[in-house]
Every structure is written in structure tokens, then in C-alpha cells.
Design a protein around this ligand. Structure first.
Ligand code: MLT
Length: 314
């Protein structure tokens, strides 16, 4: 009887609104991306998708909440390379396992990052900032979206590769971290292109380096990739995706994935994302099984990266 009722349930799904947990403050890149995709997927499945911001500890608080949610097809987690990739290597006690406690549903497109500084900053390039950090170790402050967030990890990797010592200041998301950068309380920050772009175009912040391998002349004219001069070979982008608590019905996962693929056929939408610097992926990479394998591989890869770069929870 129980099996039968669950089956009927999956057949009818969705009969009510869904919740996507975003484990950062509203207004940041994860939130912006999640709201945009949720809006498009919601139209396909015919039910509203509510974004629930559950910030703190670099996304690990929201992820733990999602891991414990009922696997009834109505609660999902928007995950990214931090708490779903690097998390196990960084946090000694993590209340969830990105692989064992979740079903991968679909991967989002990737988003590279931009190094931002204030309008009156003396640093006009990554080289300027590296030289200043070498002259005064620890003096330059980078704001980030929380310990283990992308902004934290990429700043730590940048510092490790450049051989400099910077001070990291954690916030509950990129949005409050950006506010303090605009306010001049901190010196620099790595933010995803989708939310960095309006700040740069609006004249509130300067972009001085990109983490993409190639330049982005349309979005960030005359901003050099780190790989070009300061740090040859350096490349980073945030991967994101949707997860459901373990044991969520395969049928629900497939329906969500199909709804997403259908939404992605909207060329006006994908063109707008590309205009924000977002990188579309080959369709096969969005699939649940491919994304599950990717997540597991990322957890392993980050163990080595965190170890090699000696990234710590400071
Ligand atoms: C990050 O740095 O991990 C994200 O930008 C977090 C956020 O969306 O606020």
C-alpha cells in the first residue's frame, strides 16, 4: 500500500509549490542564478518554486538542512563547488555528505569570477595587487561569501599560486561582501560575473582580473585573465547545480531535468546568460547521472587542491 501510494504521488507530482534552498544571502550570484533558473523551470512544471535563503558557514548550513529534508520531491538544494565540492576537505565535521546524502538533479551552466576592487583603489591590475601584497604581507583584505564559498576558495588559490599572504573576511554571502567592498571596508573580492557585471557597469567597482582562460571583451573590456600575465595557467569557474535529498523519486528527478532542458531551448534566455559571462555547457553535462559523477570527482579533486594550497578555515 505504501509503495502504491508513493508511486501515485510521483505520477501526480508536482501538486504544490517547490522549495529550493539557496544557502547564501539574497542578491548574490547563487541567489540570482537560482531565481532565474527556478523561474524558467517553474513555468515548465506548472508550480511555483520558492527560493529559501538559508545563509551561513559558506553554504554548509543550508546544505545540511536540505540533506535532512523529506525526500518527497518538494525540497531541493542549489549546490555549488564550495559546500558540495570542497566542503568535505575543508570542514572536519560536516553534517552531510555531498554524494551519499543527495540525488543530483541537473547541473547549471558555469560562471567564471572577476577580481573586483573599489573605485578609488590603487590597484589597476592583479600584478599591482600582488606586488603590494608582497611588500606588506597580510595587509590586503579580501571579502568573501563565507568560509568554503567560491569567493573564499578562489582568493585562497590565487594567493597560494601568487605566493602572497592576504587576509580573508567572511560574510553570509557575496551580496553583503560586495556592499563592504563598495563601502571601502575591504580591498578586493572575487565575485561571479553575473552579479559583478552590474556593479562594474554601474561604476561602483572596478574589475581588474578574470579567472576565465580567455578575455571577455564584451562584458569586461580591457580586463585581463589572470592566466594571461599574472598567473599563467590559472583558471577557475563556479559550477552549480540542483540536488534533492537522497531517495527522492527517480521520476521526479527526470521530470525536473526534462523541464530544465526544455527551458534551455529558449534562445533569448541563454543569450542573456551568455551576456552575463555565464558559460553554457554541452547538454550531456547537465544530466543527473553525469552531474552525480562530476560531484563525486569534484569532492576528490578538492581534497588534493585544499591540501596542496594549504587552504584553511581561517
Ligand atoms: C560564493 O562566493 O560562493 C557565492 O558567490 C556565494 C553567494 O552566492 O553569495
Amino acid at each position: 500500500l505504501l509503495v502504491a501510494s508513493q508511486f501515485t504521488h510521483a505520477q501526480d507530482w508536482p501538486t504544490k509549490s517547490l522549495t529550493w534552498i539557496v544557502p547564501f544571502a539574497a542578491g548574490g550570484p547563487t541567489d540570482a542564478m537560482a531565481r532565474d533558473i527556478a523561474d524558467k523551470v517553474s513555468r515548465q512544471i506548472g508550480q511555483p518554486i520558492i527560493i529559501e535563503n538559508t545563509p551561513g558557514a559558506g553554504g554548509t548550513i543550508g546544505a545540511a538542512k536540505a540533506a535532512k529534508a523529506r525526500a518527497d520531491g518538494y525540497t531541493f538544494l542549489v549546490g555549488h563547488l564550495g559546500y558540495m565540492g570542497a566542503g568535505p576537505a575543508l570542514y572536519k565535521k560536516l553534517n552531510y555528505d555531498p554524494v551519499k546524502d543527495f540525488e543530483a538533479v541537473f547541473r547549471f551552466p558555469d560562471t567564471p569570477l572577476v577580481m573586483l576592487v573599489g573605485k578609488s583603489s590603487p590597484y589597476k591590475s592583479a600584478g599591482d595587487l600582488i606586488a603590494a601584497a608582497k611588500a606588506q604581507p597580510g595587509k590586503i583584505n579580501f571579502s568573501n561569501a563565507g568560509v568554503g564559498s567560491t569567493s573564499h576558495l578562489i582568493a585562497a588559490l590565487f594567493a597560494a599560486k601568487a605566493g602572497i599572504d592576504v587576509t580573508q573576511v567572511a560574510y553570509k554571502g557575496a551580496a553583503p561582501a560586495i556592499n563592504d567592498l563598495i563601502g571601502g571596508q575591504v580591498d578586493a573580492m572575487f565575485d561571479q560575473t553575473n552579479t559583478a557585471l552590474p556593479q562594474v557597469q554601474g561604476g561602483r567597482l572596478n574589475a581588474i582580473a578574470l579567472t576565465s582562460l580567455t578575455a571577455m571583451p564584451q562584458q569586461f573590456p580591457s580586463v585581463a585573465p589572470l592566466a594571461e600575465k599574472a598567473l599563467p595557467g590559472f583558471e577557475a569557474a563556479t559550477w552549480y547545480g540542483l540536488y534533492a535529498p537522497k531517495s527522492t523519486s527517480k521520476d521526479v528527478v527526470q521530470k525536473m531535468h526534462q523541464a530544465y532542458l526544455k527551458a534551455l531551448t529558449d534562445k533569448a534566455w541563454t543569450t542573456r546568460m551568455v551576456g552575463q559571462g555565464i558559460q553554457l555547457l554541452p547538454e550531456a553535462q547537465y544530466a543527473p547521472d553525469v552531474f552525480a559523477k562530476y560531484t563525486a570527482a569534484e569532492v576528490e579533486r578538492w581534497r588534493k587542491v585544499v591540501n596542496d594550497a594549504k587552504i584553511q578555515l581561517d
